[in-house]
Design a protein around this ligand. Structure first.
Ligand SMILES: NC(=O)c1ccc[n+]([C@@H]2O[C@H](COP(=O)([O-])OP(=O)(O)OC[C@H]3O[C@@H](n4cnc5c(N)ncnc54)[C@H](O)[C@@H]3O)[C@@H](O)[C@H]2O)c1
Length: 386
């Protein structure tokens, strides 16, 4: 099978998320790293691209130059990943979709709900694939949780509790550090800091696993470091469209928590608990039974879990492999798209532009509720309301 050609915008030398994408896209041999505009400094981006093995004429100085260069080629890229800072996602994703490229955009997909709706409409009109990198949904046991809920192991879902709480911005003396400060500056970060950065991962995971979307929410947002203009901690109560109650805590001042993404799901027939820092174990408590540990890679898991588990049981699999599973889904989706054939349902689980839009509506709902003493507000994007 010929490889698909993959391009990247952002993710330059020293970036946080660039290496995880390159590991993920390269893992299964489905994609060949072919073109990039890696850095906001054109020369640095061109040079770094070549050290990563790109041909000189496809290691571009900026995304516009890359768009012009790639759109005219017979061997143009099949997929582009957008891993630049948040405020640039909308215009880059829009331009590439409109030019007929499939896109994987980093979260948050846009800065406003209106932009999110526009991306969804463009993706639907052009027929291009537009994915959003909620990469943690690629973990094998997260896929298994979803399959267990979908096949009814837990019965009706009563409660879902999601957390993404870390302590990396807890130092008040560090609040003026330029790498931290912009995140709490409304001019650069938008209406929300911690919920928009981390809370949306927890919310996406909750929705993905229980197969329900948030309808309304009430948020208590706070700046534990008082000089911050945006929240560094939020507690959000939610109601989902399938009847589940949601509780979500996100924080950047939770000292001692390193990453802190966890999910608990409680149904009428059993409960599940999973943590990103211990991704190879899933804890399952069936009603009237005993607490059990489900290990990634063990026999008789769901097809969704088997497909996304790569190394034998007992060996660690981590975040780059979760990203690789998003790329594995995308390779299947792009091949099916080209052939005009349906995608295997077990492979059709990558997060969509619609998920990116729902997150943005939730971000604005959290900000509005937080400003208004926790008033319950509609969390759905206008285009998805009745
Ligand atoms: N999905 C996840 O788990 C996850 C984790 C971390 C970051 N992110 C997201 O990834 C994005 C990037 O975050 P990061 O932490 O890697 O940022 P970063 O600041 O570490 O790196 C950003 C990179 O993009 C480059 N860049 C900036 N503007 C550019 C432009 N116009 N054209 C080309 N390159 C440009 C910079 O030179 C740099 O190499 C953000 O949107 C962030 O929210 C997602």
């Amino acid at each position: 099978m010929t490889k698909l050609r993959w391009g990247m915008i952002g993710g330059g030398e020293g970036s946080q998320i660039g290496p995880a994408h390159r590991l993920g896209a390269g893992l299964d041999g489905a994609f060949e790293f072919t073109a990039a505009a890696l850095d906001h400094r054109p020369d640095a981006g061109r040079a770094y691209g070549q050290t990563l093995g790109l041909a000189a004429d496809r290691s571009y100085g900026d995304w516009q130059e890359m768009l012009a260069g790639e759109r005219g080629r017979d061997d143009r890229i099949d997929l582009v990943t957008v891993a630049t800072p948040n405020a640039t996602h909308f215009e880059i994703t829009k331009a590439y979709l409109e030019a007929g490229f499939h896109v994987l955009c980093e979260k948050p997909m846009t800065m406003t709900v209106e932009e999110g709706e526009e991306i969804v409409k463009i993706a639907r009109t052009t027929g291009q694939i537009c994915a959003v990198n909620y990469g943690y949904s690629g973990y094998s046991l997260v896929r298994h949780m979803r399959a267990m809920v979908a096949r009814g192991d837990l019965g009706a879902i009563r409660l879902v509790k999601a957390e993404f709480a870390h302590g990396h911005h807890a130092d008040a003396a560090d609040a003026d550090n330029p790498r931290v400060r912009w995140r709490y500056d409304p001019a650069q970060a938008g209406v929300s800091a911690q919920f928009a950065d981390c809370g949306i991962h927890a919310l996406h995971m909750a929705s993905f696993v229980i197969g329900q979307e948030v309808e309304k929410l009430s948020a208590d947002t706070v700046s534990c470091i008082p000089s911050r203009l945006l929240e560094d901690d939020a507690m959000v109560n939610m109601r989902f469209d399938g009847g589940a109650v949601g509780r979500l805590w996100t924080s950047s001042v939770a000292l001692g928590r390193q990453h802190g993404l966890t999910l608990q799901v409680f149904g009428e027939k059993g409960g599940l608990r999973w943590s990103q820092e211990q991704p190879n174990q899933l804890f399952w408590m069936p009603l009237g039974g005993r607490l059990q540990t489900i290990e990634r890679g063990e026999a008789n898991l769901s097809p969704e879990a088997d497909r996304t588990s790569r190394v034998t049981i007992g060996h660690a699999e981590g975040m780059p492999l979760a990203f690789a599973n998003i790329y594995l889904d995308l390779a299947a989706a792009i091949r099916a798209h080209t052939a005009g054939q349906p995608v295997d349902p077990a492979a059709d689980l990558y997060p969509r532009a619609e998920d990116g839009l729902r997150s943005m509506a939730a971000v604005f709902a959290v900000a509005a509720s937080g400003r208004d003493d926790g008033r319950w507000v509609d969390a759905r994007p206008p285009m998805f309301r009745g």
